[in-house]
Design a protein around this ligand. Structure first.
Ligand code: 26V
Length: 824
């Protein structure tokens, strides 16, 4: 068959998407791919067979999508991210493709339960938390909106560790997610690039021009694995390309020739460690050489791939900004600025100025944190050794940049020191954020307050220099996962009232507002929430052995464990509430279940201590007969995307209680409010905008504002005064400090309490009284179920703004300059 015939066949006879067609594919895949006799097939075999059947359809559509983009010569955006927190694929793919019902029926006719086998799929947990999940939501949105958008990242062999709780403490287990293979990926052994490290730079003159050769390097091969990502309700399928490290054959041969067989194998294994494991640190930079190698490894492969495609399309290199946008998801891929410059200078031999103009026009940089300890810097010595040519280029970029600074701020040597890409004060470090800002035409924060703080603090000098480069793009979440998939009962209810179009236009939810005043609708809404709570109660029992009452208020704090997120504040209130119950002062307040979930970085001692404290407190309270089930405390182990899809739809109360000014945006706050939880929170991150959207009266806002936090610190904060002034707080801290919860180890939390009394860097004590008061309002409102439900419905109705589709449209218009290109 000629190529043209194959294409014709593919176009006119794609794999059928009805029940019978799917059934045939599943059966074929079971026998011919999984190699199983249907009589003996296990649930996992069926899972493999279904994913094969789906991937055949995904790949067909991806081919068409790519061909369309090529034919139309569209501008593309490439999202560079070290992390993608995807979760499970099966149900999401089926819902996006529109095959869910057909597939469910096909399987059911073969005696297989779709949801049952879907549970067997491991989460793709190639990310830590908010930043990685945002990347996954953005991919879903780009595909759903027919944007020519591609993800690039690392195919970690081990993703986010699995958390086990043993004797109240976190234990980490490796996440061997590829154990049973991965049916969603397409290995591309022909898509390989060389990535170099170490070596030296040799310079010579060629016709008066300086030329640089990077020599005597170690080489690693980056091999592509493609993950087709389907859009919702269209035929568009985009691509996420993840790189795996493989050793080079040349490299092996050298060693083999020297007769060092074992050494050769060892080197091979070493080079493949680059893509072995995701660093589980969220918000503390790790100065490890392997991390820098990971960053450069995926950046180098991705940029080579982008430029290859650019050339294949027949475009000139100077046209790059018309055809390519590159987005830096935090500073993790910021070395890309130097890498693109290197290729433009050394490979394409462009003059400095044109290379630099192209680079700036192509890059955008998203900042996700103000925390000083999370800002990446690399010792000059390390950068020089690992990436010598890049270090030269960074010096050159800095030289040109600082000349510009001198021109704008003549005579101001302090501003030079502050702005320089090289920090000279802490043992010569490359500041990756500065490289990212200087090399990008647009820099964005992820919520209004966060951007304002970037402009006024962290990047203030840059903002004075180039105010036009700064934009605010508030994060969002994908309604496809966080409502459509996670909360089918609520979806059915919504669609009954306002139709189905909200999935792609979340602002339509506003039409639900009027239903909040209808007692019958409220009753239905409440019934949905109750069903979701029963589902969660079953899961909690299964995972923890703790029985919780679905009629209780579900008070939920799920997120990474970090001091600034203040899980401590939450547990202090739990103890205060417990004391009120014991004293008979809790009135006839409703029952509460306080649920925590989240992982602590393995080396973050204080965060792990907080987990242990929560579990110690839970253990005592849950077994105190005086409490009589009025209060239950649950630490949900191994919180991940899959757990989130069950927990979030069941929440009544959403805890968003970070120290104001420290949470860049938050996205869990959006997921919970969208699913009808009321927020108790500080005026931090996107909470501010959520308040503007849903109305202050439909939330519980408390505590110091970001400004007041800064003032309090400037004045000299003395946490012990809060302790002295507040008898309830005093009692709580005394209990923890004296071993009330840990009688066999009374000193366990002595240092923690000391730190709260003497330092309290996150102002837990300063906000305690206000928090307790806000919690009293929560309790009072919850006794009026009608009013609570009305406000919960208003939350859902007014959260449309936080759709990731709005976020992505803003990036497309304000940063990337790409437009949708759809086929039907
Ligand atoms: C930082 C680092 C530091 C270097 C070592 C590895 C590593 C890995 C992850 C991170 C991420 C820190 C930034 C982050 O996750 N920020 C979160 O981004 C969310 C999406 O914009 C936002 O909603 C959260 O508020 C923000 O904390």
């Amino acid at each position: 068959m000629a190529i043209a015939d194959i294409l014709h066949e593919l176009e006119h006879h794609p794999r059928p998407c009805d029940k019978e067609g799917l059934k045939k594919s599943i059966r074929d895949a079971l026998i011919h791919q999984a190699g199983k006799d249907p009589l003996e097939a296990t649930p996992r075999d069926w899972l493999e067979a279904v994913s094969y059947a789906i991937r055949e359809r995904l790949i067909e559509r991806r081919m068409f999508t790519q061909r369309l983009f090529n034919r139309e010569h569209v501008k593309r955006v490439y999202y560079l991210s070290m992390e993608y927190l995807i979760g499970r694929m099966l149900i999401n793919s089926l819902l996006n493709l529109g095959f869910y019902e057909a597939c469910r029926e096909a399987l059911s006719e073969m005696g297989v339960d779709l949801l049952g086998i879907a549970e067997l799929e491991p989460d793709a947990a190639l990310g830590n938390g908010g930043l990685g999940r945002l990347a996954a939501c953005i991919l879903d949105s780009m595909a759903s909106q027919c944007m020519p958008g591609y993800g690039y990242g690392i195919r970690y062999e081990y993703g986010m560790f699995q958390q086990q709780i043993e004797n109240g403490q976190q234990i980490e287990h490796p996440d061997n997610w590829l154990r049973y293979g991965n049916n969603w990926e397409f290995p591309r052994p022909e898509k390989i690039y060389r990535v170099r490290f170490y070596g030296r730079v040799v310079t010579h003159r060629d016709n008066g021009n300086l030329r640089h050769h990077w020599q005597d390097c170690e080489e690693v091969i980056a091999m592509a694995y493609d993950h087709p990502t389907p859009g919702y309700g269209n035929k568009n399928v985009n691509n996420l390309r993840l790189w795996a490290a493989k050793s080079t054959r040349d490299f092996d041969l050298n060693y083999f020739n020297e007769g060092d067989y074992i050494g050769a194998i060892q080197k091979k294994a070493e080079s493949e460690t680059i893509s072995m494991v995701l660093y589980p640190n969220d918000a503390t930079a790790i100065g490890r050489e392997l991390r820098l190698k990971q960053e450069y490894f995926f950046v180098s492969a991705s940029i080579q791939d982008v430029l290859d495609h650019h050339e294949e399309m027949g475009y000139r290199i100077t046209e790059l900004p018309d055809k390519v946008a590159l987005q830096l998801n935090d500073t993790h891929p910021a070395i890309a600025v130097a890498e693109l410059m290197r290729l433009l200078l050394d490979k394409y031999q462009l003059p400095w100025m044109s290379a630099w103009e192209i680079t700036k026009a192509v890059f955008g940089y998203t900042n996700h944190t103000l925390l000083p300890e999370a800002l990446e810097t690399w010792p000059v010595e390390v950068m020089e050794r690992v990436l010598p040519r890049h270090m030269q280029i960074i010096y050159d970029i800095n030289f040109h940049f600082l000349n510009e600074v001198r021109h704008t701020f003549p005579g101001d040597t302090e501003v030079i020191k502050r702005l320089s890409i090289i920090d000279e004060e802490h043992g010569r470090q490359v500041r990756m954020a500065h490289l990212a800002v200087v090399g990008s035409h647009k820099i964005n924060g992820v919520a209004a307050l966060h951007t304002k703080l970037l402009e006024s603090t962290l990047f203030h000098d840059f903002y004075r220099l180039w105010p036009e480069r700064f934009v605010s793009i508030t994060n969002g979440i994908t309604p496809r996962l966080w409502l459509h998939q996670a909360n089918p009962a609520l979806c059915a209810l919504i669609s009954e009232h306002i139709g189905r179009d909200w999935v792609m236009d979340l602002s339509q939810l506003r039409a639900l507002e009027s239903f909040a005043d209808d007692p019958k609708c409220r009753e239905e809404f409440r019934a949905v929430k109750e069903a979701n709570k029963r589902r969660l109660a079953d899961l909690v029992l299964e995972r923890t052995g703790i029985r919780i009452d679905p009629n209780a208020m579900f008070d939920v704090q799920v997120k990474r464990i970090h001091e600034y997120k203040r899980q401590l504040l939450n547990i202090l209130h739990v103890i205060a509430f417990y004391n009120r119950i014991r004293r008979g002062e809790a009135g006839d307040q409703t029952k509460r279940v306080v649920l925590f979930g989240g992982k602590a970085a393995p080396s973050y001692v204080r965060a792990k201590q907080v987990i242990r404290l929560i579990n110690d407190v839970a253990d005592l309270i849950n077994h105190d007969p005086m409490v009589n089930d009025r209060l239950k405390v649950v630490f949900f182990p191994n919180y991940d995307v899959s757990a989130a899809t069950v927990i979030i739809p069941a929440a009544d109360l959403s805890e968003q209680i970070s120290t104001a000014g420290m949470e860049a945006s938050g996205t869990g706050n959006m997921k919970l409010a969208l699913n009808g939880a009321l927020t108790i929170g500080t005026l931090d991150g996107a909470n501010v905008e959520i308040r503007d959207a849903v109305g202050e009266e439909n939330m519980f806002i408390f505590g110091l504002t970001a400004e007041e936090v800064a003032e309090t610190r400037a004045r000299g904060y003395r946490p012990r005064e809060c302790y002295q002034e507040n008898a309830e707080l005093k009692e709580v801290l005394n209990m923890i400090g004296s071993g009330f919860f840990t009688p066999d180890d009374p000193a366990r939390y002595g240092d923690l309490v000391d730190d709260l009394l003497n330092n309290d860097a996150f102002l837990v004590l300063a906000d305690f009284a206000a928090y307790v008061q806000a919690q009293e309002q929560v309790d009072a409102l919850y006794t009026d179920r009608e009013d609570w439900t009305r406000r919960a419905m208003l939350n859902t109705a007014r959260m449309g703004y936080f759709s990731i589709d709005r976020t992505v449209q803003q990036y497309a218009e304000e940063v990337w300059g790409v437009v949708p290109e759809c086929w039907i």
